[in-house]
Design a protein around this ligand. Structure first.
Ligand code: NAD
Ligand code: SER
Length: 314
């Protein structure tokens, strides 16, 4: 059967890397992108404008395309969520509920993005287990824990094939990140190339789990392609690659740009960063569907600088 796939939040950091991969795998005509942002005129594919809180828009799209898979990425992230908690709850929860309800009707396979933001300061922050205390400090984290439970409920109650990953901070060069706490780990590359100095909004010893986008997309497609009987986690899988402090990232970039200077001026995002794990135990993903990461700090830094220099013509 040929696939018809909807990607919500398509113009964001993950969608911008995921969609070309899906287009290559399934054909451009089978991938429908949805976003409510300003839509570019030169978008390479089928792009629709719509708010995921509007159920009618989603129902009309499902009626027209009979989606076999949906990658539901539309969301507010952690830092924006703290500025607009009501909106974060509305977009993150109402959007997910609509997607799950319509997918149930059409028997659509669902991918939904969770986050390390489900964890909080009462979670063991080193080698954080798959099953552990989830007491997030942000509204974003609250929506992610609630969303995970809702996904699991739809699987248990209705047999919906819903799969999810708790992404760490994602590092990529195609699209800038959209208002998260881990954004410094991307911003730093732009500033290193453009200005050779950066003011970092977390402390130098802040250590968080991160992943290069290429790994994250490969993992996402592996999870969605895995046999149903191998999927033992229906909340969301821990998914890990590397962890580094802000200072370790600075030092790695300095190997390529020796004059690069970083100042550390932590702001309100430090509190969120402090509540998230240092390292993650993702053995369930490795055992269930064969997850293995490819990018370490050294390789990721090289590829980021190379691609960003081309993008920024520097
Ligand atoms: P992003 O902020 O870059 O993109 C989100 C997109 O969703 C934007 O293009 C925005 O216009 C769109 N959007 C927002 N509200 C919408 C609405 N009501 N209707 C339709 N579209 C709407 O986010 P991202 O980094 O691509 O993240 C995608 C998913 O992955 C999110 O669920 C996020 O929580 C999760 N995630 C991301 C990271 C990361 O580091 N990027 C880490 C963990 C989890
Ligand atoms: N990168 C995301 C954020 O910082 C993690 O979910 O919000």
């Amino acid at each position: 059967m040929s696939e018809k796939i909807l990607v919500t939040g398509a113009l964001g950091q993950i969608g911008s890397d995921l969609i070309p991969k899906l287009q290559k795998k399934y054909g451009k005509e089978n991938i429908i992108s949805l976003d409510y942002n300003e839509l570019p005129d030169d978008y390479d594919g089928i792009l629709k404008k719509g708010d995921v809180r509007d159920k009618k828009i989603l129902e009309d799209l499902w009626k027209e395309y009979k989606f076999t898979k949906v990658y539901h990425l539309a969301s507010l992230l952690s830092a924006t969520g703290e500025k607009h908690p009501d909106l974060a709850w509305d977009v993150n929860m109402t959007g997910l509920k609509h997607v799950l309800d319509i997918s149930k009707e059409y028997d659509t396979q669902v991918f939904w993005a969770s986050s390390i933001a489900v964890f909080g300061s009462t979670t063991p922050l080193d080698n954080t287990p798959q099953h552990t205390i989830l007491e997030p400090v942000t509204i974003y984290g609250v929506t992610k824990v609630s969303g995970e439970l809702l996904c699991q409920y739809y699987h248990e109650k209705y047999g919906l094939d819903v799969r999810s990953i708790r992404y760490p901070g994602l590092i990529s060069w195609k699209q800038e990140p959209g208002g998260g706490t881990t954004d410094y780990a991307v911003d730093i590359f732009y500033k290193a190339i453009e200005e050779e100095e950066y003011t970092c909004f977390v402390k130098e010893d802040t250590k968080l789990p991160m992943m290069y986008m290429e790994d994250a997309i490969r993992g996402t497609l592996m999870l969605m392609d895995a046999d149903e009987e191998d999927i033992n986690v229906r909340t969301s899988y821990n998914h890990s690659a590397l962890s580094f402090t802000a200072k370790e990232l600075e030092d790695e970039i300095k190997k390529h740009i020796p004059d690069f200077e970083v100042k550390y001026e932590p702001d309100e995002r430090q509190k969120t960063a402090d509540s998230w794990p240092n390292t993650i135990d993702d053995s369930a993903a490795r055992e269930d569907w064969g997850w293995e990461h490819e990018y370490d700090l050294e390789r990721m830094t090289e590829v980021m600088l190379e691609n960003l220099r081309k993008k920024l013509s520097k």
